[in-house]
Design a binder for this molecule. Structure first.
Ligand SMILES: [Zn+2]
Length: 167
């Protein structure tokens, strides 16, 4: 049988964006075990599933998010987008590295993820520094949370799982 190559990062991203594991298993035509394995590989925490209300909400939100992401991707790719322009000077602000773009000063760790995703990040999307060092912007130190509430609940955990970069 042909081995299916799964895009682990993409699955993790979609899952964190609110997609349910059921939707993902249908989309990628794999079993839930495969989805879970992909999430484990990406270092993503599994949500408790099988809550119909939550799932219905998630898939509704996912449709909405897909449109938002598409629009922001289009804006991002537009030649008029100053964020494409090379960045200039770097500075520090509240412990974070900020870089000057023609859009003004932006946080470098967010810009790095925006370049990888090829779209703007929404305010609700959070880029977390895995080792807690706010100016350590190595890709391996950055972790994407699809929603601020997920980021908050991660910080609220007593025994925080060790995160592995998912970008
Ligand atoms: Zn954080």
């Amino acid at each position: 049988m042909k081995k299916i190559e799964l895009d682990v990062k993409k699955i993790a991203e979609e899952y964190q964006g609110g997609e349910s594991s059921l939707t993902l298993q249908n989309k990628y035509r794999v079993s839930y075990k495969t989805i879970y394995r992909a999430l484990d590989e990406a270092g993503v925490d599994r949500r408790d599933v099988s809550n119909m209300t939550k799932n219905a909400y998630s898939s509704g939100r996912m449709l909405h998010m897909k449109k938002v992401w598409k629009d922001s991707g289009e804006r991002w790719r537009s030649t008029k987008n100053p964020r494409w322009k090379p960045v200039g000077t770097k500075r520090k602000s509240h412990g974070y590295v900020i870089v000057k773009t023609k859009n003004g000063w932006v946080q470098e760790h967010r810009l790095i993820v925006e370049r990888i995703f090829k779209r703007e990040l929404l305010r609700d999307e959070i880029v977390h520094h895995i080792n807690g060092i706010k100016d350590d912007n190595r890709k391996s130190n950055l972790y994407y949370f699809g929603r601020e509430s997920m980021h908050r609940s991660y910080h609220g955990k007593k025994n925080k799982p060790i995160l592995k970069s998912n970008i």
